[in-house]
Design a protein around this ligand. Structure first.
Ligand code: UDP
Length: 235
């Protein structure tokens, strides 16, 4: 096993599958199955999930919603996704805990680093909801922050694309994929993998990121086994 403790970042958008909004039960099942698989291997798994399938603060501004208010709505959306994932994992017999950066006593624990550590040591999958708890940030930044706090060895950024390319593979058929790349090169080439806040935080803390296709079953396990999947960004 290459990694013992990981932070898995799942985008809310990917959770939609082929739908235009909401949560695809197919994707939810597939993600849960893959998470269960690596949990049974003994990997300590923390998850940060996005909310873009339900609400984004910036998008709200266009409809007249105040940006800060919209960002809090976006953070609540991540809790909805986290609850869905929690329920789906528990239905498969995986023990989980949901911790949120905004207090919601009735449905989740507050984020407490030491408690999260303890859950992870006991083999529970810990889902972090409500992003950083602050407007103007993203769930990528939340993922990086939490990964550093819990000493995760790597951030696994599950997307719909199988890694980082020199140009957008959805627009350019001749795009070339990197198997590994340094933070410096990502910056120099102007490649987008995370927003700059998250990117800089990862770089400064020497926290590697693997960008991979989470919609291809088996990829998550392969990464844990040390196989070359997606693109590794490191110092
Ligand atoms: N958000 C925020 N602070 C955070 C994390 C998220 O304000 O720390 C809000 C922000 O409005 C964002 C929305 O929550 O647009 C959903 O998160 P994100 O866009 O990162 O989700 P993803 O793109 O991964 O689905």
């Amino acid at each position: 096993m290459k990694y013992k403790r990981i932070l898995l970042k799942l985008s809310g958008e990917a959770l939609m599958g082929n739908q235009h909004y909401g949560i695809s039960s197919e994707i939810l099942q597939s993600y849960s199955k893959q998470i269960k698989e690596i949990s049974e291997m003994g990997v300590e798994i923390a998850i940060v999930i996005g909310g873009g399938n339900i609400f984004r603060g910036v998008a709200g501004v266009a409809t007249g919603i105040d940006r800060v208010q919209g960002d809090y709505m976006g953070m609540l959306a991540t809790v909805i996704n986290g609850m869905a994932l929690q329920s789906s994992l528990e239905a498969m017999g995986v023990h989980t805990r949901l911790q949120t950066s905004i207090k919601m006593d009735q449905i989740a624990e507050p984020f407490i680093k030491r408690r999260a550590d303890r859950h992870l040591e006991k083999g529970r999958v810990v889902i972090f909801g409500a992003g950083t708890g602050n407007p103007y940030f993203t769930t990528d930044t939340a993922a990086t922050l939490k990964a550093i706090e819990i000493n995760a060895e790597v951030i696994l950024k599950g997307t719909r694309v199988d890694g980082i390319y020199d140009t957008d593979p959805e627009k350019n058929k001749n795009a070339v994929k990197f198997n590994s790349i340094s933070f410096d090169e990502v910056y120099k080439k102007g490649l987008k993998i995370m927003d700059m806040t998250a990117f800089t935080l990862s770089q400064e803390n020497s926290l590697p990121i693997i960008v991979f296709d989470m919609n291809k079953e088996g990829n998550l396990r392969k990464i844990i086994e040390g196989k070359e999947v997606g693109t590794l960004v490191s110092i």
